[in-house]
Design a protein around this ligand. Sequence first.
Ligand SMILES: C[S@@+](CC[C@H](N)C(=O)[O-])C[C@H]1O[C@@H](n2cnc3c(N)ncnc32)[C@H](O)[C@@H]1O
Length: 286
Amino acid sequence: MKQEYRLISSAPKPFVKWAGGKRQLLPVITNYIPQKFERYFEPFLGGGAVFFNLVSQGRDSKWFVSDLNSDLVLAYMTIRDRVKELVSSLELHSTNYTKNPSSYYYKVRESSPKVQIEKVSRLVFLNKTCFNGLYRVNSKGKFNVPLGKYANPNIVNKENLLAVSQTLQSKDISIKCQDFESALKNATSGDFVYLDPPYHPVSETANFTSYTEGNFGYQDQQRLYSKFKTLDRKGVKILLSNSKSDEIIDLFNEFSDGIVEINANRFINSVSQKRTGHTELLIKNY
Ligand SMILES: C[S@@+](CC[C@H](N)C(=O)[O-])C[C@H]1O[C@@H](n2cnc3c(N)ncnc32)[C@H](O)[C@@H]1O
């Protein structure tokens, strides 16, 4: 009897750790995702925790994902189209890093490759080895995070890169680099939109809005609110994550029935039995 072999790849997961990443909040967020939708829009994609979770559930949908960060979007496209070359380039980074982590890290940090594969492998490499694993650029658009304290960083997660690549090759998925307003132009009744913008800061010091070279300020939150309203009128289902700040609560006052407070505990301190973390908001119109 002929034996059949099926290629089973693991479910795709974010290939970079991203500021504001939603991986830990997935169990909560997925409770609020509608059972059915025609098309899915996620215009603040980041690491794509929510998108990867939904797309690997085998839902019958079309997926429109985007982000304004062009380096990040280039990484998605490169993984989709040229994953083997990317893996080879990352393997080289991994070998060199093992020989002398600190000097190699800072050498790569100072470099500014122009070739696509090298640009993307630099981004992934720095993301895996930098302090806190967060992509952050300074006002001049330079990556300025120091070396992290990882004993054995997983620089080449080949299995996941292949799973992401395979997933993104679907003709039902569109990935673009664009502002959220253009991304949502065609969303209409029956569609579902998940919005995870840079959060409005809760205090002066908690400003995590420098993902791109331009900040996402209060005017952008207002622009987002106005898009939320337009989509609501069209019959689109919308779920928005944001900080629990007075400005956001005021701005979305009209949708106050759909505001849910969620606990974003980062970890539980087992010694003091105290929870560390904060409350944030999910705002929905359904
Ligand atoms: C909170 S992060 C999204 C995190 C993501 N949900 C995850 O799980 O990793 C916000 C994202 O919005 C992007 N962004 C900032 N301004 C934008 C704009 N005007 N239009 C679209 N995307 C924007 C940033 O590049 C960043 O990736």
